[in-house]
Design a binder for this molecule. Structure first.
Ligand code: MCA
Ligand code: AMP
Length: 494
């Protein structure tokens, strides 16, 4: 069926859609900017026909203009991590076969060599946007719309492709489940290359006709001031942010803390997700703000799958029940459905919310589905009707501050260090980050390496949040009879 992608941008509405610093942009103005950008991208063409257009932009009016502009012109939007190292960008851009990339003013110089080498046209929004909007294509809902990179148990991140239909399904289930209304006001400080920021906050906010306040980063002072002023009705964050807020309360004076907590108390909803919310954090947040955190479970490949209820009991340590339109089943190691409660199994998902494919990687796509079910690799059990996440089937996936990291990808970079002979990376439980990246390193004979040296070597070779928080120099790595490093044994060394 032909649709206008993301049709409900409240076309003639003069209400504020976005706030960026002191600038307020209405839905009307935003729509017309998006149409002008889509026209500029099209030039003489009628349809971008799934051309991959990358953009490297912080949360901003330009970001929103570009993502919607690409959708409306029929392209595939490839939002990239603004904190990426050049080698990471190289992988994303070549993997996606990007032809054009839009960046903020001032970023062009540092990326010009890379783009030249990859034959990518490097542009700013100002270079592309037309003065007026021309005709835009009609787009089949099954067409590809977005590619997000996700780390897996392989070395390099894979491109997760979703269609217009996937995106609409991911948004609309949350609009209903969390009772979004046009009176909502929400801050957006999470990165905009992941579902949490793109779908749960930005897209739901705009779909509902709400107001989204854009912050290029999590500036605790600025955000808590807006909370105190009673600006927001909804707050969505990863557990690390709630930990950081509580830490901040310890350093702030009593009156300020009381005012911030009152600001949170007056909101209609506080949500935690992207990583497990520890029960003590849930309790502390409730004690401080009277807010009962709504925890939910999701993944790049599926959007949101399971959520505690908006009305009804939100249970600490649990992620709730399947969202409307999302089928969830647990399977044992022999691929049989787990029937009884309190027995753990792998979470598998079906529904219109599920992604289409890994880009150019039929093998990985095929492997990730069984009998039409997408296999998440997360293990859960059901207790009294509530899903509880028990862990992951792979030790090579680390969740740090809400980011999913591949141990193998980090090991791959560390192994290029001249002094490192062998390395194994694991995630170690951590109060702030959930899991902290920890590297066990065997040095080459005669070499020496301290943490600060390694950290500065890593900088520029990987995104800052992937850099190990701790290193342990060891003489050898524990291995099984097949020679494979036994990562659970490394934990025992700590
Ligand atoms: C920053 N640092 C980190 C992380 N973030 N280290 C480990 N893990 C991290 N996640 C380090 C920096 O390298 C730096 O180190 C120091 O912390 C301060 O950096 P800064 O940028 O100032 O930190 P921050 O602003 O406090 O960032 C913390 C953060 C951020 C806001 C929690 O990590 C973040 O935005 N996380 C959310 C990611 C997210 O949206 N995930 C959703 C994907 P040094 O000082 O040594 O230089 S999951 C998803 O989308 C699914 C579908 C889902 O379920 O939601
Ligand atoms: P990503 O692939 O970056 O989208 O991260 C998705 C992963 O985050 C899931 O596969 C889970 O392992 C984890 N995750 C998301 N939400 C939760 C949650 N509420 N509790 C525990 N893990 C979560």
């Amino acid at each position: 069926m032909p649709i206008k992608p993301f049709p409900e941008l409240h076309v003639n509405n003069t209400k504020t859609a976005l706030v960026e610093g002191n600038r307020c942009v209405s839905y009307e103005e935003l729509n017309s900017r998006i149409n002008c950008l889509a026209s500029g991208l099209l030039g003489q063409r009628r349809d971008l026909e799934e051309e991959c257009i990358a953009f490297l932009l912080p949360a901003s009016v330009d970001y929103v203009t570009v993502i919607h502009g690409v959708w409306r012109a029929g392209g595939i939007a490839v939002p990239l991590n603004v904190a990426s190292a050049v080698s990471e960008l190289d992988h994303y851009l070549s993997c996606a076969g990007v032809s054009r990339m839009l960046v903020g003013d001032g970023k062009q110089k540092s990326l010009s060599d890379l783009c030249k080498a990859l034959n990518i046209e490097l542009l700013t929004v100002g270079d592309v946007i037309s003065d007026s909007a021309g005709p835009l294509p009609e787009i089949e809902e099954d067409r590809r719309a977005m590619m997000l990179f996700t780390s897996g148990t392989t070395n390099k991140p894979k491109g997760v492709v979703s269609t217009h239909k996937t995106i609409v399904a991911q948004i609309t289930t949350l609009i209903d489940a969390w009772e979004w209304i046009d009176g909502d006001v929400i801050p957006l400080f999470l990165p905009l290359h992941h579902i949490h920021g793109i779908i749960n906050i930005l897209s739901c906010g705009l779909w509902a006709g709400a107001t989204v306040h854009l912050y290029p980063r999590f500036d605790i002072k600025e955000i808590t001031q807006a909370v105190t002023a009673g600006t927001f009705t909804v707050f969505m964050a990863v557990p690390t942010i709630y930990v950081k807020l509580i830490e901040y309360f310890d350093s702030a004076d009593e009156t300020e803390v009381r005012q911030i907590c009152e600001g949170f108390k007056s909101m209609r909803l506080n949500i935690s997700g992207s990583a497990a919310c520890p029960v003590n954090l849930f309790m502390q947040w409730q004690d401080l703000t009277s807010q009962v955190l709504l925890e939910r479970y999701g993944m790049t490949e599926i959007g949101m799958g399971i959520s505690n209820p908006y009305s009804g009991e939100r249970r600490a340590g649990c992620v709730g029940q399947p969202l409307p339109g999302v089928e969830v089943k647990l399977f044992d190691e022999r691929d049989n459905p787990v029937i009884s409660e309190s027995i753990a199994g792998e979470i598998r998902i079906k529904g219109q919310n599920v992604f289409l494919e890994y880009w150019n990687n039929t093998e990985a796509t095929t492997k990730s589905f069984r009998d039409g079910w997408f296999c998440t690799g997360d293990v859960a059990m059901v207790e009294d009707g509530y899903y509880r996440i028990m862990g992951r089937s792979s030790v090579d996936i680390i969740k740090s501050g809400g980011y999913k990291l591949s141990a193998l990808e980090i090991e791959g970079v560390l192994l290029t260090h001249d002094d490192i002979a062998e390395v194994a990376v694991i995630g170690v439980e951590d109060e702030v980050w959930g899991e902290a990246v920890t590297a066990f390193i065997c040095l080459r004979q005669g070499a020496s390496l301290n943490y600060e040296e390694l950290k500065s070597w890593c900088s520029g070779r990987m995104s800052p949040y992937k850099i190990p928080k701790t290193i342990r120099i060891v003489n050898s790595l524990p291995r099984n009879a097949m020679g494979k490093v036994t990562k659970p044994d490394l934990r025992k060394l700590l």
